[in-house]
Design a binder for this molecule. Structure first.
Ligand code: AMP
Ligand code: MG
Length: 328
């Protein structure tokens, strides 16, 4: 199979046609690129799991356009859900609710709940409108690899495996959506992202963070897997361990290997003269750059030596979750 890359403008009709006849297509969103299928078509959904090599117990998120009646897919049991939808959707927020069973069981991994998201990316909205059905989509990468934030990243992983990549440019968000369980009295973050705990609290009055401990029956299966890994070796240091990071860099060099330091602009000075993957400054910019720098780094480094940021609040919670899984 040859994999075509078309701009949204040139490819949206073709993509819709493929999706409506049971095929799969990569689509842009504001978080990362997704690999989409008709959520009501079991055979189409199975193709996603096959192509990615994704474990079948890890459910998919259903994406809908912004005028889609979500209550056709799920039971909304909590009043605060309406406020969250009004405040943050379309946007990088995914809500987990009780499913009405419209989306096939393969997509929800046989569970009773369904995760729903309304992407704000204009090209994605165009596609969702053209099909006017919920599209289930995980990130458009091979399972466990770093998530793609450009059409080229998708091509590098899935060339020859899917017919079409809709190119909607570089993703503006850079890390996956916040997955929020809204079945209980208080919303619970299952996966941290760009919609932060503080932002949810402001609207819903409270917000818990699910702890996923070893051996727990996890509520969001995806969080238990090794994830987001670049193809090269990695190491992760805290912000007060820049000396250790620099020492490892020198050791690697002495072994004849090519190390790269990945850090924020704030500590770049400490690594002057070294190979650098700079993430920029501040949470939003670091999130935007993280996967792009990991995917750039794996092409030229034998080892990426990442340095953390000394914070876990706001967007940094999601960033640190990804950084620990990709480099820790
Ligand atoms: P990905 O599409 O690769 O970004 O992964 C989607 C994430 O959403 C994974 O962590 C899934 O486990 C999670 N997810 C999807 N559907 C559900 C659901 N019904 N309940 C809980 N978590 C879900
Ligand atoms: Mg993924």
């Amino acid at each position: 199979m040859t994999t075509e890359i078309l701009s949204v403008k040139d490819g949206v009709e073709k993509a819709a046609k493929i999706l409506l006849s049971g095929g799969i297509v990569a689509m842009p969103t504001e978080t990362v690129y997704g690999l989409a299928a008709d959520g009501t078509n079991s055979a189409a959904v199975k193709k996603i799991f096959e192509v990615k090599g994704r474990p079948s117990d890890n459910p998919l998120i259903a994406h809908v356009h912004k005028d889609y009646d979500v209550s056709a897919l799920v039971h909304i049991r909590q009043d605060y859900v309406y406020d969250l939808i009004k405040a943050y959707m379309p946007g990088p927020l995914t809500l987990v609710m009780e499913s009405k069973g419209v989306i096939c069981k393969e997509a929800v991994a046989g569970g009773d709940t369904l995760a729903i998201r309304m992407p704000s990316h204009e090209g994605c909205q165009k596609l969702l409108r053209a099909v006017n059905i919920p599209l289930v989509a995980p990130s458009a990468n091979l399972s466990k690899h770093t998530s793609p934030v450009s059409a080229e990243h998708v091509f590098n992983d899935l060339n020859g495996k899917i017919p079409l990549i809709l190119d909607g440019g570089r993703c503006s968000g850079g890390i996956e959506s916040t997955v929020l369980d809204v079945t209980g009295n208080v919303p619970r973050i299952l996966r941290a992202g760009l919609i932060t705990r503080e932002m949810v609290e402001k609207i819903a009055g409270g917000c818990e963070i699910a702890e996923h401990k070893e051996g727990d029956k996890v509520k969001s299966p995806g969080v238990k897997y090794r994830h987001y890994r670049p193809k090269c070796d990695t190491a992760l240091f805290e912000i007060d361990e820049t000396d250790k990071a620099a020492a490892l860099y020198e050791t690697e060099l002495a072994r004849g290997r090519t190390p790269y330091i990945m850090c924020s602009d704030d500590v770049a000075e400490k690594f002057k003269g070294k190979n650098l993957l700079l993430l920029g400054k501040g949470g939003d910019e670091i999130a935007f750059n993280l996967y792009d720098k990991l995917l750039d780094g794996e092409k030229k480094a034998d080892i990426i030596i990442a340095v953390a940021f000394g914070r876990c609040d706001g967007v940094y919670l999601g960033i640190m979750n990804r950084l620990k899984k990709s480099c820790g």
